[in-house]
Design a protein around this ligand. Sequence first.
Ligand code: SF4
Length: 213
Amino acid sequence: MAETLVELAAVAAECTRCELSKGRTNVVFGSGDRDARVMFIGEGPGEQEDLQGLPFVGRSGQLLTQLLGEIGLERDDVYIANVVKCRPPGNRDPRPDEIDACKGYLKEQLRLIDPVVVVTLGNFSSKLLLRTTTGITRLRGTAYPWWHRWLVPTFHPAAALRGNPKVLAAMREDLQRVADLLEQGPPEEEPTTATPGDESADDSDTEQLGLFG
Ligand code: SF4
């Protein structure tokens, strides 16, 4: 078990635990404040992220930075990472075996950073971390108590960049919720491992992050 994020990043930089290592240019471990109170989690690195070794660069990253600014946060105030640290070929979804191989890094990032609020960006990471098959459109709009933190699911910035003004408005609403939760502090309720009322939470493809907690 790594004692610091720097140690963990060094281990990840050499990682060959899954086949995604074969096609990567860089391991995209994550970036931002190691003591951040907010941590954003996306799906996996895209082309530019793979080339630069940083998460959420390009237009999606710019929009995220803009939305953070609207709630008084700078990019360096938060931590940003992905479920898998190496780029899936052709930007396909990570496979269950790849998520399984990589989940230890995300779990340790959460332990070491210990954020008050986790924001999942997009359908994939939102469904995975909440262990549900319910889509992001229905999941978002609320905050879930999640392992003694809050989890706020929202759209991926790329979805807002496709031009639907409702998506951008929803993201603004979700980010305002994040700001309010930072004022409030962590939840007192027991941790949530699944979306309330979601009977599909034990589906095998959503068991991949079952070690959380
Ligand atoms: S995706 Fe994760 S488990 Fe797979 S090689 Fe990269 S760092 Fe290792």
